[in-house]
Design a protein around this ligand. Structure first.
Ligand code: URA
Length: 215
């Protein structure tokens, strides 16, 4: 799929805005903001929680041990890292890797909304509780992990966070099994989009919508 120059420009502007962002106090303690990375025509978008120490140093998402495991999980799904878009709920590292605060999630929310609209993925994979909550508020990850549902017109599948499996052996098999369902989900999502394409031909594509609307 070719990516519209307008989409590329908007994403470049968005990433530049994230790198210079001072919307919350994390700007005081971060080294580098981590906007996200991947092809703009990615079919799969993975959303983690927040940068850790390695990400904060490199300005790239999932480059530490959790990232290495994420790449293994993607391989289980027949996917390579270069073909997926990866970002986080928070674009800056919370000091000491503490949990994100509600005000930080709120301050960063527009960036994630804009990324969802610009990438317009077939399938969103949330990694961990904070990412899940954006689409499935007040749900327990232990109950809904691995079950894809349509949320505001997008197919979203909540998964455990890869770091959780690194620390809890019993979750490793669960996450691997959940990732192995991705090829089937993607196939279904492709078929659904192909079916709806003729009907949507006269409508404005999602990526032409407002940069900071809710998604
Ligand atoms: N954990 C996350 O949630 N995101 C990263 O980028 C790295 C670790």
């Amino acid at each position: 799929m070719t990516v519209a120059p307008e989409t590329e420009r908007e994403m470049d502007e968005l990433c530049a805005e994230v790198r210079a962002c001072r919307r919350c106090a994390l700007a005081e303690t971060r080294r580098l903001a981590v906007p996200g990375e991947g092809p703009l025509d990615a079919e799969v978008m993975l959303i983690g929680e927040a940068p850790g120490v390695n990400e904060d140093r490199q300005g790239r998402p999932f480059v530490g041990p959790a990232g290495a495991f994420l790449e293994e999980l993607l391989a289980e799904a027949g996917l390579g890292r270069p073909e997926v878009y990866i970002c986080n709920v928070l674009k800056c590292r919370p000091p000491g890797n503490r949990d994100p605060l509600p005000g930080e999630i709120e301050a960063c929310g527009g960036y994630l909304g804009a990324q969802l609209r610009l990438i317009d993925p077939l399938l969103v994979v949330t990694l961990g509780r904070y990412s899940m909550s954006r689409f499935f508020p007040n749900q327990a990850i232990s109950r809904i992990h691995g079950r894809a549902r349509e949320v505001r017109g997008r197919l979203v599948v909540p998964m455990y966070h890869p770091a959780a499996a690194l620390h809890q052996q019993r979750l490793r098999g669960v996450i691997v099994d959940d990732f192995r369902t991705l090829p089937g989900l993607l196939e279904g999502a492709r078929a659904a989009r192909a079916e709806s394409a003729p009907a949507a031909a006269g409508e404005a594509p999602a990526r032409q919508m407002n940069l900071f609307g809710q998604s």
